[in-house]
Design a protein around this ligand. Structure first.
Ligand code: ADP
Ligand code: MG
Length: 640
């Protein structure tokens, strides 16, 4: 019998494919099952118009068998089968898809056939040393046997088969030192593979499974009877068939969604929100997404991998498709199923896939809308969500030069000093008195401490609200946003420890100006004493009861200096510094004392006091002081 060569570049292609498209051997089973499912689909499709097809819908099935002794895995379907010519054409030519032709010929856009690439079948050679295909086409009496050991070619001979359909027999390779093939002869493992990739194939995948049961206790069994076991086989359907995401939301109980989530994504808490999405049109897909009820322990670490499970027509093609989710929604879990994607597609190719981009865009909108709805209708839940994942949204705002800030800004919450709870920026604006010019905020580690800052007291006393920012990313996020509000009515964000607060009346400003000018010699003397620690010393408009405070000029705030300084690689000299201004309270007795020292020409004491006051101001802001020991000594000196 003559061995026929695979057509054209097939040999090379076969090697290439085996080594590159599939990184994972176990998917051979997914490919063969998908082909069987396609073959059944084709016969079913035919039955709609051709009444010679007598198979009833419930009789279509795929049958899996395992024989360890002969090292074979056998997969049988009662689908449309193949003629001799079709065996030649479809299996003899790599990258030729009978399924693709079928779809085109039948203009069957709405039938959900998986194959279209014509390479899946050959994945069998990743695990099999010999592949035998016995097939009888529907409507033909003849059956044919196609057989191949891989790259050298294949043979076709006539054979017998009772029913139309296809049977594929794989002889599993012998294990080597490097590769374990015996695992594919393990029943549990095989069942696991079926469940993993093919759980939602529409037709039952059946298998006789070995089970064990306790034998009945004999009537004459004595006291010391030990139960005996016997093994038996039972036909089991391995797949669950109807994917939850294809069922209408109204037909699924919340509990089912929750259970599905917990099983599939190994969580023990219910999801905070279930998102069911189906779209048709430019991007056709079904998605079932979940917002977890709590952040995974490694969420804010490098180890966390974002991604959604990607299915093509109910068959798993990727466990974690990262390209489906933007980073700021990386907490979302779930599955996406699209019939517009093909099975045999590598990661690299998928990245280029236009369809995938459309789906991603559509999912992004959907997630945003759902989060918004949660914020508007289930505020408590949203607060909880925000405690878990708000940080990620804020990062998203700030990342990529604020490219996504517009999209995310309404999802943000910040702690309000006045309301003592998390509020949105819109809520801040709503309650803002007419004369208020800015959206005020203070940034630091503890909300309690921030609310007690001298400038905070001043803002709150005016009846204005103040956002207390306690996460490192907060201020960077607001800086990227710059302002918030309707077009032309936007309000700028204002850090209360930097620059002018816009709280003073014109007269107050003028008075401060005059006082400053009158005290210029004092400020110059103090500036000289403090050196490059400060860029300026001046009279403050943000102080009431304290003698001093520190504020910042320029783009970098005091808090940002702290955050940047704590990043790896930015310690010490390299850390970016804010420009600090020492502000003095002109009404305070300490001020009078300073002035007296300057007028008396006591430069030394003035220098020491300037230093103590500077350190005090740093401490009030929660900033580290350079030399705590020297500071403590200076204070003790005062007590003597
Ligand atoms: P694809 O599924 O992408 O078309 P495959 O390499 O998996 O490519 O299969 C090639 C072709 O072989 C299929 O398109 C189909 O026409 C045919 N084929 C494979 N398996 C079967 C089967 N079990 N029954 C009928 N036809 C099959
Ligand atoms: Mg296929």
């Amino acid at each position: 019998m003559a061995v026929k060569q695979f057509k054209a570049e097939s040999k090379k292609l076969l090697d290439l494919m085996i080594n590159s498209i599939y990184s994972n051997k176990e998917i051979f089973l997914r490919e063969l099952i998908s082909n069987a499912s396609d073959a059944i689909d084709k016969l079913y499709f035919k039955s709609l118009t051709d009444h010679s097809v007598t198979t009833k819908k419930e009789d279509y099935k795929i049958f899996l068998a395992l024989d360890k002794d002969s090292r074979t895995i056998t997969l049988t379907d009662n689908g449309i089968g193949m003629t001799k010519e079709e065996l030649e054409k479809n299996l003899g030519t790599i990258a030729r898809s009978g399924s693709f032709d079928f779809k085109a010929e039948n203009k069957a856009e709405d039938i959900d056939i998986i194959g279209q690439f014509g390479v899946g079948f050959y994945s069998a050679f990743m695990v099999a040393s010999r592949v035998t295909v016995i097939s009888r086409a529907f409507g033909s009496e003849e059956a044919w046997k196609w057989e191949s050991k891989g790259a050298e070619g294949y043979t076709i001979t006539q054979t017998e088969k009772d029913e139309p359909g296809t049977q594929i027999i794989l002889v599993v390779k012998e294990s080597t030192e490097k590769e374990n093939y015996d695992e594919f002869l393990d029943e549990y493992n095989l069942v696991r593979i079926v469940k993993k990739y093919s759980d939602y194939v529409r037709y039952p995948i059946e298998m006789y499974r070995e089970k064990s049961r306790q034998k009945e206790k004999p009537a004459d069994a004595g006291e010391d009877y030990e139960p005996e076991y016997e093994s038996y086989t039972e036909l089991e359907t391995l797949n669950s068939m109807v994917p939850l995401w294809k069922r209408a939301k109204k037909d699924v109980a919340d509990e089912e969604y929750n259970q599905f989530y917990k099983d599939k994504f190994y969580d023990y808490t219910d999801p905070a929100r279930v998102i069911v999405s189906r779209t048709e049109g430019t991007a056709t897909y079904n998605a079932l997404l979940f917002v977890p009820g709590r952040a995974p322990y490694n969420y804010y670490t490098r180890e966390y991998e974002k991604g959604l499970q990607l299915y093509a027509s109910g068959v798993l093609i990727m466990e974690k498709c990262a390209d489906l989710l933007p980073d700021y929604f990386s907490f979302v879990k779930g599955v996406v199923d699209s019939q517009d994607l093909s099975l045999n597609i590598s990661r690299e190719m998928l990245q280029q896939d236009g369809q995938l981009k459309l789906i991603r865009g559509s999912l992004e909108k959907k997630i945003k809308n759902e989060l918004n709805a949660m914020k508007n209708n289930e505020r408590e839940k949203y607060d909880e969500f925000f405690k878990n994942f708000g940080r990620q949204l804020k990062f998203g705002c700030y990342a990529d030069y604020g490219m996504n800030a517009e999209l995310l800004k309404d999802l943000l919450l910040f702690y309000s000093a006045k309301e003592k709870k998390l509020i949105t920026l819109a809520e801040y604006l709503e309650k803002m008195p007419g004369e208020q010019k800015y959206i005020y905020y203070a940034a630091g580690e503890s909300a309690d401490r921030l609310a007690k800052l001298p400038a905070a007291e001043l803002v709150l006393e005016k009846g204005f609200d103040l956002l207390l920012l306690t996460e490192d990313v907060d201020e960077f996020c607001l800086q990227v946003l710059r302002h918030y509000g309707e077009k032309d009515k936007e309000k700028e964000f204002k850090n209360i420890s930097g620059g002018e607060l816009g709280l003073e009346t014109e007269e107050e400003k003028k008075a401060a100006q005059e006082a400053s000018e009158a005290s210029k010699p004092l400020f110059d003397a103090m500036k000289e004493a403090l050196g490059d620690k400060v860029t300026d010393v001046r009279i403050s408009t943000r102080l009431k009861s304290h003698p001093v405070c520190i504020s910042s000029e320029g783009p970098l705030s005091l808090e940002m200096e702290k955050v940047l300084g704590s990043m790896p690689g930015a310690e010490g000299e390299m850390a970016p510094k804010s420009q600090k201004v020492l502000e003095l309270n002109g009404e305070h007795p300490v001020f009078a004392k300073l002035k007296a020292l300057q007028e008396a020409g006591d430069k030394e004491t003035l220098g020491r006091y300037a230093d103590i006051l500077y350190n005090q101001a740093l401490l009030i802001e929660g900033l580290p002081i350079e030399d705590p020991v020297a500071y403590a000594q200076a204070v003790c000196e005062l007590m003597k």
